[in-house]
Design a protein around this ligand. Structure first.
Ligand code: 13P
Ligand code: SF4
Length: 310
């Protein structure tokens, strides 16, 4: 945190959070789509895969998950004895909501022969119906690990399904969901931004439309995009994912320039978490995310298969 520019209220708030974090023996995990000030107070920041690995690994009794419901639920599935807190209970994921449990169950009944792969951006209930979970960082690896003769039903993101099918060369039946934040980015929009920054490399998330992915110099999860930009020699980048990622990109790469592929790629749910809510969570140990034991055991199988492969 920059003490010269941050106001005293915020400095005090951060101090209180850190004191309560110590008292609760807690860790704070923050997704890179979180507001910058939340990322700055976190013990770990990263993509869904990295954060779920940290949640499984940590010895801390309390995990404050600064992200959205499916991320906190994943942590609760992996670490049932820990106290998993989501500072804003209403922080959901519209993509995950596009695959309701009953509809998924009916689809699986229609297609009993398929292997069901669910993106972690799905509810715990949907994970419990799945054979494997995956994240945007390992979807291709998971698809390739499934016996070649089996078709895959991929839930819920059709764009990630398309990307995975192309890279893994596997037959994938996509669920017709999409992330409203990434789907906003169009080919025409990218062409316009590319004209403004002709030297820039285009880095996009695989939740983007196929025609946008086809134009990209690199396609990866949020963490992979950050790693790519940090290790690459180019000085300019156009970024096709949620704007929260600009915080670590600019912080880690002061000599480079990053431009949004669209100004509209904002996940409102991710922005519901505030410093005040993080403090309240630590003080009250609420809102706590739990998953019923039956659903947890079934969804843990799918998550464990993913973790074993990656
Ligand atoms: P990552 O797994 O790349 O962090 O993406 C999560 C997400 O919600 C993308 O919209
Ligand atoms: Fe869900 Fe999209 Fe927000 Fe990611 S960016 S949490 S997929 S709505």
């Amino acid at each position: 945190m920059n003490n010269k520019t941050d106001n005293p209220t915020k400095i005090n708030l951060v101090k209180e959070i850190l004191a309560w974090k110590k008292k609760r023996e807690a860790v704070i995990l923050a997704h890179v789509y979180q507001p910058g000030e939340i990322q700055d107070i976190a013990d770990f920041t990263g993509d869904s895969l990295f954060l779920s690995q940290q949640a499984a690994k940590t010895q801390a009794k309390v995990i404050v998950f600064c992200g959205v419901q499916f991320m906190a639920e994943t942590a609760a599935i992996l670490s049932p004895k820990k106290n998993i807190l989501l500072p804003e209970i209403k922080a959901g994921c519209p993509l995950a909501d596009m695959a309701p449990y009953e509809k998924v169950k009916n689809k699986i009944k229609e297609l009993p022969e398929v292997v069901v792969v669910s993106y972690v951006n799905s509810s715990a209930n949907v994970k419990s119906l799945s054979d494997y979970c995956c994240t945007s960082a390992n979807a291709v690896q998971i698809a390739q690990a499934i016996p070649a003769e089996r078709d895959i039903l991929f839930i819920p993101d059709k764009n990630l399904a398309n990307f995975t099918a192309k890279r893994s060369k596997r037959k994938i039946i996509p669920w017709q969901g999409f992330c409203p934040v990434h789907n906003v980015l169009t080919k025409e929009g990218v062409i316009k931004v590319k004209k403004l920054h002709p030297q820039a490399l285009l880095l996009v998330h695989p939740e983007c439309r196929p025609e946008v992915c086809n134009m990209a110099d690199y396609i990866g999860s949020t963490r992979e995009i950050i790693e790519f930009a940090s290790n690459n020699q180019a000085k300019e980048y156009i970024i096709g994912t949620e704007i929260g990622i600009f915080h670590p990109l600019r912080k880690n790469n002061p000599g480079k320039q990053f431009f949004p592929a669209s100004e509209n790629m904002i996940c409102q749910d991710m922005k519901l978490i505030t410093l005040e809510k993080v403090l309240y969570s630590l003080q009250s140990l609420k809102p706590r995310i739990t998953v019923s034991e039956d659903i947890r055991k079934k969804s843990l199988n799918a998550l464990n298969r993913m973790i074993e492969i990656t």
